[in-house]
Design a protein around this ligand. Structure first.
Ligand code: ING
Ligand code: ZN
Length: 316
């Protein structure tokens, strides 16, 4: 049970706890960790990410792996996946090469307003909490994974603020997506691997959501399969194996997604992970709900894939 120096993996931590943890970690490990306030959410919450580097992040001489979670509010199990990666890169370092050879950008809570709303008011909230889209704010929130500037609004999203896949007023109309764009403007030329962690479905997805394949689709598939096998080798026996493929081919046609935008700006390896759904002891799928016993496992097994992906992407 991983708790020393870090956050426990027995509960899903709230925004304020994670926010303070990132600050504490940077204070405790100033040689390797810095915390960056990248901007504010619609409701004004600070969106912080960590830069992790064994040398000096600003030396700009190493490949970067960028990982984010909770772009969608209700997908709580994605948070321990990023927190576990932080733990393995800063506190319990067993893979020295990953710290030596790679710089890391880790954004644990990409959508803090929606995330808090899913704790306080509406467990299955998905979007951010933007207002101003409807008179009286009858419906609110933009689906941040439809708000990126890759064929924005073309497929698999909605014009209606009342829908869960509402794409917003234009590409990057939302502060939360503009923040991710700006992180990549600053560091994208060094990012070799980008992972946007969602749930659920046990999938590793690559571009593009309109069914066009990136030039390196076969490499994306190959590395995706290797990452999936690494998870399957240690997964909970009751969970099914991961499947790997193009978003449109194995899921649905959709544009405006984060990983497609990132692939399209030239990052070589960009994926969306769909972590497993929780299945209760009776065997029924619980979807977005989280089995407390699975929290540490979700971090542990996803880390197996991150290691494979990071090593390969950083060397190629
Ligand atoms: N799935 C993603 C969604 O936003 C996706 C699937 C991946 C869409 C990549 C676009 C790009 O619908 C979940 N569970 O959120
Ligand atoms: Zn999602």
């Amino acid at each position: 049970n991983v708790t020393r120096d870090g956050l426990s993996f027995d509960v899903i931590h709230r925004y304020a706890v994670v926010d303070q943890y990132l600050v504490n970690l940077a204070n405790r490990y100033p040689q390797t960790v810095s915390v960056v306030s990248a901007g504010r959410s619609f409701e004004g919450r600070d969106i912080k990410y960590l830069r992790i580097s064994s040398t000096n992040f600003q030396n700009r001489n190493k490949p970067i792996v960028m990982i984010q979670s909770l772009l969608h509010a209700r997908e709580w199990v994605t948070l321990p996946a990023t927190l576990y990666a932080i733990h393995k890169l800063v506190i319990d370092i067993t893979d020295q090469d990953l710290v030596r050879d790679i710089d890391w950008i880790i954004l644990p809570i990409a959508n803090p307003d929606g995330y808090e709303h899913s704790h306080t008011s509406s467990r299955y909230w998905r979007k951010n909490r933007a207002t101003g889209y409807m008179i009286g704010n009858l419906c609110m929130g933009v689906d941040l994974n439809r708000n990126f500037d890759f064929m924005w609004s073309v497929m698999g999203s909605s014009n209606s603020p009342c829908m869960d896949d509402f794409h917003g007023r234009g590409p990057f109309s939302e502060p939360e997506t503009a923040i991710i764009r700006d992180i990549l403007r600053e560091h994208g030329n060094r990012v070799e691997l980008y992972l946007d962690i969602h749930s659920f479905g046990s999938m590793i997805l690559y571009g593009f959501g309109n069914a066009q394949l990136p030039a390196n689709a076969l490499m994306l598939n190959w590395l995706g399969v290797n990452m999936a096998q690494a998870i399957d080798a240690v997964k909970w026996p009751s969970n099914r194996n991961y499947i790997v493929g193009n978003i449109a081919l194995i899921l649905y046609r959709v544009t405006g997604g984060a990983s497609d935008y990132v692939q399209n700006i030239g990052i070589p390896f960009s994926y969306t992970f769909e972590l497993p759904a929780y299945r209760n002891l009776q065997g029924s799928l619980q979807g977005f709900l989280v089995d407390p016993n699975f929290i540490e496992q979700a971090g542990f097994e996803t880390w197996e894939a991150i290691k494979i992906g990071a090593r390969f992407a950083a060397q190629n």
